[in-house]
Structure formats: C-alpha cells, structure tokens
Design a binder for this molecule. Structure first.
Ligand code: GLY
Ligand code: MN
Ligand code: MN
Length: 449
C-alpha cells in the first residue's frame, strides 16, 4: 500500500492519500465494464469574473477513480483481459508553476497515483481515436458537458474513418454513470474515515455559530463563524453555500442572502457543512437567537426532533429507502393534528398530504463526494433496501408561514434538524452526532462564547 502527502492540497488537511484505494476502484470499474473503454474528464476551471477564477474543484467521478486534483486531466480505463488505466495531465511547466503552483507532470503522476500509463494532455486529441479503435463499447457521461460530447464524437468519427484499414469503432455508447453511481453508493473505509472527519469539522462550526449568536448580530456574522471553523479544521470548501436563516427566512428552503439582523424572539436555522478531501457533510441545526425557545418554538422543535428520531430508528439494513421518510411523516402528521395546525387524524392528513403545507421536502438523500450524492433511490421500480456502507442524511423539518388558518404563535417558525448517517450492519451511526441537538444542550450553548 503506497501513501503520500498530496503537495497541491488546498487548505490545511494533512491527509495521506492511499493510492491503492483508487487503483482498486479502477479495477472494479473495469470488471463491471467487461470489455470497452471509459473516458472520464475532470472538471474545467471556471472564470468567476474577468480574469478571476472560481476556486477549482475537481470532478467527483474523476477524483473517485484517481485521487488526482489537477485540472486539465482525463482518465481512460481500457477494460478487457488486461485492463489499463491511462492518465492525461498537464506537463511540468516552471513558468506556470511559478505563478500557479506545483504540477505533477505525467511521469510523476503515473508513479504516485499508481496508474499504468500517462501522457501529456497536449497529446489527447491525437491519442484518443487510437485508443477507441477496436473497442466494443465506449463508456462516458453523455450530456454532462456539450463540449466533451462534441470532442468525443469527433474522436469517434476519426476512428470510424479508419474502417478501410480494418479498424472498428465502438458500436455501443453507454452511460458510465450507471456503473460509477452504484459503486459510489457504498462507501469504503477510506471514504467513511474522511466523512467522519468532515462531519466532526462541521460540528465544530455549528457549535461556534451557536456560541456566537445573539440578538442584533447579522446572519453573515454567524456565517463567518462557520466558515472560520471549516477552514481551521482543514476543510477545503463549504460543501454547499451555508444557509443562515433567521426568523421568517428559515421558511425559505434554499435561503441564500444571509444578510438580515437576528431578532431576539426568532429562531435561527443553519444548514451548513464543509467538504474535506472531496467529501461533503450536510448538517442543519435550529435554535433560538435569544438562547431560550418560546413555548410554540419548543413544541415545533420537539416535534421535528421526534420525527427525526423515528426516521433514525428505521435506518438499518433491510429497511427500504422510504421507511425513514414515512416514519418522520407519521410523527409530523400526528403532531400537526395535536397542535391544531392540521385537521382530522394523522391517517387523514397523510392520505390528503395536508402535512405538505408544513413539510414539503423528503427526509434525506445520499451523501458523499457530492452533497446530493450519486446513486439510484429505486431499483426495478421499488425503493431500494438500505445496506451497510451507505451514507445518507436524515433531515425532517417543519416550516410555518403566516396564514389565516394558522395560530399566530406559530407564524414564521421554520425548523429543520439534519444529521449525516452511515448504515452499519446493525443499524446506523450518526456521523454528525457531536453537533448539539437536544433542547437542553442548545439552550446551554447559544450565546455562550
Ligand atoms: N444542504 C442541502 C440539503 O440539505 O439537502
Ligand atoms: Mn441535506
Ligand atoms: Mn442541508
């Protein structure tokens, strides 16, 4: 097992990358492909404004198979009796490296990342039609990027033009994501270790945010506390832009402004998670700005907490994907009836979907290299069974906007409680358990720096 410290790692992570993990994933992909060739480009660099870039983030599929973080890189996996992985990447360039930093170059990259072969990215257009020759199938991600679609079709046409020389062109084009998504649903020990670290760093951010909250502060001041803790913990990026939503803003599901002042009687909903070495965490906590829940806030918070506990109790191997959601909905429906927010019975509220006035999203999603991670939720038309090694979020909520038929004390209460979970052989492990969640823990922490 070969390991080394990645010299171009952004941020402060001291993680050692075990390149054998990536080689094993490529071998598994080749096994699932049978015979054929896969083309996996990484993400392009993108301009933010004029000559200023967005921070660079590699493509998740490419990274999953290589561990390589440089832009302008393409992986090809040739699957057959003897499979081969070839990396095309940037050449060393002392001038550019002086301005932008280290580049591995093909030779060093091949050696360090355990690839079979490597070449300069400048040779890609010449090499690709030859690599496609006589392959029965081409696997890539059609439609993911029109520029890559056009480039790859061009390569296929060049290969096809060689037909009179006895060369055949792939007869099948398959969506590579079908194979990779299914592999990515099951996390290996390396991934789980990184996801535990990401959740732990995010937990520190949420704690910092709670301690810094008090009436009169602005949402962005609390956001700054989160981002500080993420960066300080070795995270390279937020996994998504943090939602820091005070009062009525908590009822805007993807609130982005993060600019309002926080009022003493309001709740603050924070949905924020960092990314560590490519892996996302995704945590939501809701707490009173003053440090004390009002009676109505306490009722709704307690209800969402109970809904989450019911969902977590269903997160075990063999249970279907929808069971945690259904369990959360049942608790919420009963609670909404008990509080007078819905009429009739829990069964009736579920039947008519009246609860969706207050709970309009689902209870979770896959989590991994992407915050809404790759993978199917149904197989053969049925919700799939949960299995050990899957990672997902559990995030019920209740969002109450002002309305004539809603008692005023509940207006503008928006609560979501979101944790990250790993399905284990006997149930689940809450990766984000260090993030304060009980009413007692929250009231003891908010405003106490
Ligand atoms: N933060 C995005 C989500 O919870 O799905
Ligand atoms: Mn989520
Ligand atoms: Mn979230």
């Amino acid at each position: 097992m070969k390991g080394y410290s990645d010299p171009i790692l952004l941020g402060a992570s001291m993680n050692n990358i075990d390149t054998a993990v990536f080689a094993n994933r490529r071998a598994e992909l080749a096994r699932r492909m049978g015979r054929g060739i896969a083309i996996v480009p990484t993400a392009p660099e993108r301009m933010r404004s004029r000559d200023s870039d967005y921070p660079y983030r590699f493509d998740s599929y490419f990274y999953y198979l290589t561990g390589f973080r440089e832009p302008e890189s393409v992986l090809m996996v040739v699957a057959g009796e003897e499979s081969q992985s070839i990396l095309f990447c940037r050449d060393r360039n002392p001038e550019r490296e002086l301005w932008e930093g280290f580049r591995h170059g093909p030779e060093k990259a091949r050696e360090l990342f355990a690839l079979d072969a490597s070449a300069s990215i400048a040779t890609l257009d010449e090499a690709a039609p030859k690599l496609l020759a006589n392959q029965p199938a081409l696997h890539y991600a059609p439609g993911a990027d029109p520029a890559w679609d056009a480039r790859i079709m061009n390569w296929l046409n060049q290969t096809r033009a060689q037909v009179r020389n006895g060369i055949s062109t792939p007869a099948e084009i398959r969506d590579l994501r079908t194979l990779l998504d299914e592999m990515r649903v099951f996390k290996d020990a390396t991934e789980i270790d990184i996801m535990r670290r990401a959740a732990a760093v995010s937990a520190r951010g949420h704690e910092r945010a709670m301690r810094a909250t008090r009436p009169g502060r602005k949402e962005f001041e609390i956001e700054a506390e989160l981002l500080y803790a993420f960066c300080r913990g070795g995270s390279q990026f937020p996994a998504y832009w943090p939602i820091v939503a005070g009062g009525a803003n908590a009822c805007v599901l993807h609130y982005r402004d993060n600019s309002a002042p926080l009022a003493g009687g309001d709740l603050l909903l924070i949905d924020a998670g960092c990314e560590v070495d490519g892996y996302a965490s995704d945590i939501t906590r809701t707490f009173p700005v003053s440090g004390r829940f009002t009676t109505a806030q306490r009722e709704i918070y307690g209800l969402v907490l109970a809904a989450q506990a019911a969902a977590i109790a269903k997160m075990a191997p063999g249970n279907r994907w929808n069971e945690p959601h259904d369990a959360a909905v049942r608790v919420l429906a009963q609670g909404l009836v008990d509080l007078g927010l819905c009429e009739g019975t829990a069964d009736g509220v579920i039947e008519t979907e009246d609860y969706k006035r207050f709970y309009m999203h689902r209870t979770g999603h896959w989590l991994g290299l992407d915050v809404h991670d790759a993978g199917e939720y149904k197989l053969g038309g049925e919700w799939r069974a949960l299995e050990a090694g899957m990672t997902l979020t559990v995030e019920p909520g209740c969002y109450i906007r002002p309305a004539d038929n809603v008692p005023k004390q509940f207006w503008n209460i928006g609560v979501r409680i979101e944790d990250d979970a790993l399905i284990t052989p006997s149930g689940c492990e809450i990766l984000s358990a260090a993030t304060p969640k009980s009413i007692a823990e929250i009231e003891a922490m908010v405003g106490h720096e």
